[in-house]
Design a protein around this ligand. Structure first.
Ligand code: ZN
Length: 166
């Protein structure tokens, strides 16, 4: 029987551990739910998606992803202070959180909270992992066809395609 391989239009389910260059674990699915992504839809960083392309269930990979294939190089002035009162009350601001801001032409642009102080919040246009080489340890646990709905949405609806998250 021909093995399913990861390619466009497939939902790929992986267990992964992400470590920084100095070996710090930044994120892992270990002990939790595996991560499902729609291959070819940009759900994961390009360098990791490319490394997984053509692989089969059971394959294990160690992938080093440079910033240009990951979250990009750091650009701009870096974290900028914004008064705490500029944010609505009741929003629990914490470092690493993503905020959606509206750009000058009304386009959505992501911003990240870099640090939170009593009176000021530092906002950065760079992803927290921008400028870093990322090390992924990946095991492919499942590959299946994406449903028509998943392809239309550009993301998987859970490992089985049955999660109704919206
Ligand atoms: Zn959806």
């Amino acid at each position: 029987m021909l093995k399913e391989t990861a390619r466009e239009g497939k939902v790929v389910v992986i267990h992964y551990t992400l470590t920084s260059e100095d070996g710090e674990v930044l994120d892992t699915s270990d002990g939790g739910e595996p991560l499902a992504f729609l291959h070819g839809a940009g759900n994961i960083v390009p360098g990791l998606e490319r490394a997984i392309e053509g692989r089969a269930v059971g394959d294990g990979l160690n992938v080093s992803v440079p910033p240009t294939e990951g979250y990009g190089d750091r650009t701009g002035p870096g974290p900028q202070p914004v008064p705490r009162e500029a944010f609505p009350d009741g929003v629990a601001l914490r470092a690493g959180m993503m905020l959606a801001a509206e750009g000058p032409d009304g386009q959505q642009m992501p911003l990240w909270v870099a640090a939170v102080e009593d009176e000021r919040v530092f906002i950065d246009s760079n992803h927290p992992l921008a400028g870093q080489t990322l090390h992924f340890q990946v095991e492919i646990v499942r590959i299946r066809d994406a449903t028509a709905e998943e392809r239309a949405h550009g993301h998987p609806h859970g490992p089985d395609g049955t999660a109704h998250h919206h």
